[in-house]
Design a protein around this ligand. Structure first.
Ligand code: SIN
Length: 289
């Protein structure tokens, strides 16, 4: 019966490959979930920074209600992608569903969401509403495993080091790719620079995670430009080695929850004559330490 809480006893959790990702089956996320089920999902997410929950038919309201179980929701810098009726719902659709701007191959670069703010989101929840028959997979990289695998000398070199993140860096890359018009310095002034540790510590688990990304990390603070670029290039190439990466091949109705503190992600290309419509909710976070 709609509205009846679901029991945690129905949950099954299977690690994927690599096992920082896991598949959780059982709950129907369109319905209110009881405390034990929510605790089980929270625990699964604590243990696995990427949790896949297949087979969900969710309206925007139902996705918002489910997502609020994990924290306060927030919007996005690119306001043209926010659903006009539900401003906490980001619509990533090449058909511009729900009155939002169409977006082709959005997020097709390695990033963690919105690290160009002082308090970047803790997590994101993506629902595959309409997925193409092939392509359009999402890749996830395990930033804790990537940190652990660094050699001792690199770990020591990164201790106490911070990096500058800014949306301006991403925008200039898009201008260089020819997908955005150039802007004046004055028009870009709204995109501030923020500083985050290159290695952050996750409060609930004590894990350490690399916290730099291709999308928004402009440079290492206080380092000469060439040394900063060399280190960032080395770290970024390392983090996306196949051993750290889970590839999610979407089926309609899949929900993927990821922890932005412990992972990077990127969309991959697909045949743009096919529709791809995804709904994302974004959970607020705290300043990285
Ligand atoms: C995102 O970067 O949040 C979206 C990823 C995707 O559409 O696969």
């Amino acid at each position: 019966m709609a509205g009846e809480p679901v029991s945690a006893l129905t949950i099954d959790l299977q690690p994927l490959e690599p096992p920082f990702a896991a598949k959780l089956s059982g709950p129907d996320l369109s319905r209110p979930l009881d405390g034990a089920t929510l605790d089980a999902i929270r625990e699964a997410w604590r243990r696995h920074p990427v949790v896949v929950i297949p087979g969900q038919e969710l309206s925007p309201e139902q996705q918002l209600a489910y997502s609020r179980n994990f924290g306060t929701l927030r919007g996005h810098t690119v306001t043209s992608l926010l659903h006009p009726q539900y401003p906490e719902l980001l619509v990533l659709s090449n058909r511009g569903r729900g009155g939002t701007a169409p977006i082709n191959n959005g997020g097709a670069y390695w990033h963690s969401d919105i690290t160009y703010e002082w308090e970047p989101p803790m997590g994101s929840i993506l629902h595959g509403v309409i997925v193409p028959p092939g392509g359009g997979d999402t890749l996830y990289a395990d930033m804790c495993a990537a940190y652990e695998a660094l050699d001792g000398e690199t770990k020591a070199a990164l201790e106490g080091v911070t990096a500058i993140h800014t949306y301006r860096f991403r925008y200039l890359a898009m201008v260089a790719e020819g997908v955005r018009p150039a802007r004046t310095e004055e028009q870009m002034a709204e995109w501030i620079e923020v500083e985050h540790p290159v290695v952050r510590t996750i409060a609930e688990t004590g894990q350490r995670a690399l916290y730099v990304n291709e999308g928004f990390t402009a440079r290492i603070a206080g380092w000469p430009e060439d040394e900063s670029r060399d280190m960032l290039d080395k770290l970024l190439a390392h983090t996306v080695e196949a051993r750290f990466v889970y590839r999610h091949r979407w089926q309609p109705g899949d929900v993927v929850m990821w922890d932005n503190r412990r992972t990077l992600h990127r969309a991959t290309e697909y045949d743009l004559t096919q529709e791809r419509t995804m709904h994302r909710t974004t959970i607020s976070g705290v300043r990285p330490v």
